[in-house]
Ligand binder design. Structure first.
Ligand code: MCN
Ligand code: CUN
Length: 795
């Protein structure tokens, strides 16, 4: 992979051996590369039993009866739990993260194929699976609602008849922006273009599927739950509320996680069933799903049908964007997102442009499909928003016969306009878009590429160049604006400096591969001058870490990273008072340089943080009000979100005979403010770009008209490998966040958000000679070929 860096990083020290920010090798990797990570399936407790879930074979059916006699007679089976059993415990339904309820096990009606029907607990995994086949279930099938466009038809089957008074499949209608103002701008505009844009249902498909090991101790009433979760603290509070187990008796441990990508935010029935299984049998119970269960029943992503409209002057000044969205949420509204934003952060569909007006309406509907929607590095549906606006801008460029890069450059929010209040209520904290766009064009050799394309077109070869520019909103968030089921979105951090100057920092967020054990140590190192290898990062265990909302929406660096910088500064301030006492001077006479306090004007009279730590724990008389340690804790409630951005250019070659698309080059220039670890950032970007190739070219969770999931294995749900992706070419600019303690913005989802429109824009660009102006993902060879024949097919 070629890496080109085109801007200095003002925050970096020695890039090869950094004390603070820089290209430090990952502290977690020695255990991962030796196969010594501890994933959920590596956890084995004495006497542990194994659970398996019986899943519904149909999408919509009334449950007539369940006979578990034969399964219970299996010599290795200890328990078979059905919806009826859960009803008796008042656990048949659990609240979702979106103020809905979801069936833990079916009691009345099956609502999607793969839904949880019964839970078997046996001595081993094989016996548990065998016993599933001994359960006899009778279903009375019902007509399903599969096409979201048909969900609100009069007479459509009502999926959620469990909710009192419900007569249709509408979940919510939500709007933002000024409809009248937007209409006025559209009415007066020279040019208006409209396009239906579908972002199909996809799945995060982490390498490790979801699982849990529940260990309930009936004597002291303690529940220890090992779980594949991105948000251990939020889960603990929810379990306390749902199951009535006192919160201090619950310990959630999130071990090493083999990829989350938003798939591991919610609480799945399997987790709850493992707990019930452990309570019922008095033994620890492990439940780990297989690949099909993961693809068919856990949180999917996207599934937005967007009617996009864009208005502009004939000179190419973009005036307004408007959209009407139909959002397929599946059978239960279980999207993991802040309570007050039913469409996540979709309202950032105004993009990186200075608009006069914007308006959107989103209608959420139930269908007979698995629940979810907010996952797969989406930054709370910024993916859908960016895809919409970046496709619309390209369609406009075609209409105006303008170069798509030029059109974007003409319409960017200008650096002096930041902080910029957009038309849907966001205040972009900072941005400097033109240099990023120009840098990506320079790396790409944009003019040369356009020349090459012209030459090739004359020879009948199909080459396309796609541009996208995105702004994300990540780091939820100010607690007064954002909560998840009532829990404000802030994060705690605790820092302890041992007498010998070694440190441990405890954080509330949870890494699933992002390298937090390295980067959070680097933040402390940068603030205190202790080398990162002397700092341990503890995460993923509610008994060991302060409360906080967890990792998703690329919020770890914006929120928890801020907390860690501030807790280190608190320790630094405390160290100043102790140093002053040691040096027999006043604190205000001291000056800080990385790692030590010294007397102003006399650099030789100073004390290192290690010396101060030892003194703090020693016999010295400490200053008034200072206690005998060098520890601190904070909770950080950020004043705003952070707004990373990027400029992406994709080059594709399309085979005119087969419709096969080859992504030949991909240039990604990202700006995530201050860069803590450039190597980790590049890893995040490479992964996200690969996601983008997957979604643009091959990934889709599809259903037939009966609601059978057609994408239940990696034979049908294709994910890209090293063979399908090019050598990524990355660059960066640095526009620090003005409000974040170290100026950092999130990066974990940027490339997944920004790359699909660049790839699709490139494919549509390649197909210009065929008159194609839009096609929906995934751009498989068959679909590209059909588009070339003038027959675009809906997904
Ligand atoms: N970082 C940095 N400098 C910055 C910003 C970030 O060095 N200016 C580093 C961070 O310190 C962290 C990593 O980059 O080590 C990602 O940071 P951040 O952007 O804060 O994102 P999170 O840590 O909150 O990770 C969540 C994000 C999400 S929401 C999804 S989805 C996704 C993603 O991360 N899931 C992932 N990347 C993933 N990468 C892996 N390997 N596995 C997943 O499941
Ligand atoms: Cu939207 S996927 Mo990440 O926020 O865990």
């Amino acid at each position: 992979t070629t890496v080109q860096e085109h801007a200095p990083n003002p925050a970096a020290g020695d890039p090869n051996r950094p004390i603070g920010f820089g290209r430090l090798q990952r502290k977690e990797d020695p255990r991962f590369v030796r196969g010594k990570g501890t994933y959920i399936d590596d956890i084995v407790l004495p006497g542990m039993l194994h659970g398996a879930i019986l899943r519904a074979p149909v999408a919509h059916a009334r449950l007539v009866s369940i006979d578990t006699t034969e399964a219970l007679a299996h010599p290795k089976v200890l328990a078979v739990i059905t919806g009826k059993d859960l009803q008796a415990l008042n656990l048949a339904w659990a609240p979702t993260l979106s103020a809905d309820v979801q069936a833990v096990l079916v009691t009345d009606k099956v609502r999607f194929q793969g839904q949880e029907v019964a839970f078997v607990v046996a001595e081993d995994r094989y016996a548990a699976r065998d016993a599933l086949e001994l359960i006899d279930v009778e279903y009375d099938t019902l007509p399903p609602v599969i096409d979201a466009r048909r969900a609100l038809d009069p007479g459509a089957p009502v999926i959620r008849d469990d909710i009192e008074g419900r007569t249709d499949n509408r979940i919510f209608d939500w709007e933002i922006g000024d409809a009248a103002e937007t209409e006025a701008v559209f009415a007066a505009a020279d040019v208006v273009v409209a396009q239906e844009i579908v972002y199909p249902r996809v799945h995060p498909a982490p390498m490790e599927t979801c699982g849990a090991v529940a260990d309930f101790d009936p004597i002291d009433g303690n529940l220890t739950l090992y779980e594949t979760t991105q948000a251990p603290h939020a889960h603990r509070t929810l379990y306390a509320i749902v199951a009535g187990i006192p919160e201090h008796k619950i310990r959630i441990v999130s071990p090493d996680i083999g990829g989350g990508f938003g798939n591991k935010v919610g609480i799945y029935p399997g987790y709850i069933l493992a707990v019930v299984g452990s309570i019922v049998t008095g033994k620890p119970v492990k439940w780990v799903e297989d690949r099909s269960e993961n693809l068919m029943s856990t949180s999917f992503a996207r599934d937005y049908i967007m009617q996009g409209e864009i208005a502009a002057t004939k000179e190419g000044k973009i005036l307004a964007v408007r959209t009407n969205v139909l959002a397929d949420h599946g059978a239960f509204n279980a999207t993991a997102q802040p309570t007050k934003t039913p469409a996540g952060f979709f309202s950032i569909f105004t993009g990186s442009y200075d608009l006069e007006a914007a308006y959107c309406k989103v209608t959420g509907v139930y269908t007979n499909k698995a629940p979810g929607g907010v996952a797969y590095a989406c930054s709370f549906r910024v993916t859908e928003a960016v895809y919409l606006v970046e496709r619309m801008v390209d369609i406009l460029a075609r209409k105006l016969e303008m170069d798509p890069a030029e059109l974007r450059l003409k319409n960017f929010i200008k650096p002096e306009q930041f902080p910029y209040a957009n038309k849907t209520g966001w205040v972009y904290d900072s941005g400097n878009y033109e240099p990023a766009m120009r840098l990506s064009m320079q790396i790409a050799g944009y003019e040369d590429l356009r020349r090459e394309q012209l030459e090739k077109r004359e020879r009948g070869e199909l080459m396309g160049i796609g541009v996208s520019f995105f702004t994300e909103t990540v780091g939820a968030g100010p607690r007064k604006h954002f909560d998840i089921v009532g829990l404000g979105m802030a994060d705690g951090a605790e820092l302890r400096i041992h007498p010998t100057g070694k440190a441990v920092v405890r954080i509330s967020v949870q890494s699933q591969g992002q390298g937090h054990e390295t980067t959070f140590a680097q933040i402390v190192a940068e603030e205190l001058g202790i080398p990162p290898e002397s700092i341990d990062v503890v995460h993923g265990d509610t008994d060991q870490t302060p409360f906080g909302l967890g990792t998703y929406g690329s919020r770890s660096t914006p929120v928890s990273g801020g907390a860690v910088a501030l807790v280190a500064r608190k320790v630094r301030e405390k160290a100043k008072f102790i140093a002053a006492a040691m040096l027999e001077t006043r604190p205000e006479d001291l000056e800080w340089e990385k790692g030590r306090w010294f007397v102003k004007g006399d650099p030789s009279a100073g004390k290192t943080i290690e010396e101060i730590a030892m003194a703090a724990h020693g016999t010295m008389t400490l200053p008034e009000g200072i206690d005998g340690n060098l520890d601190a804790e904070v909770t950080y409630d950020p004043p705003n979100l952070t707004f990373p951005f990027g400029a992406y250019i994709c080059v594709v070659d399309v085979d005119a005979g087969t419709g096969h698309v080859k992504v030949r080059r991909f240039i990604a220039v990202d700006d995530c403010g201050t860069r803590i670890n450039p190597m980790i950032i590049e890893g995040q970007v490479h992964g996200g770009l690969t996601d983008g190739v997957g979604m643009a070219l091959m990934e889709i969770i599809a259903f037939d008209e009966d609601g059978n999931c057609l994408s239940g294995s990696f034979m049908e749900y294709l994910i890209p490998t090293a063979m399908e992706v090019p050598d990524w070419e990355t660059g960066f600019t640095v526009t620090p966040s003005p409000h974040h303690p170290i100026g950092a913005k999130g990066i974990g989802e940027s490339a997944t958000v920004g790359s699909p429109p660049a790839i699709v824009n490139a494919i549509v660009d390649a197909l210009t000679p065929y008159g194609v102006t839009h096609m929906d993902m995934p751009c498989t060879p068959a679909r590209v070929w059909e588009a070339m024949q003038g027959r675009a097919r809906p997904p």
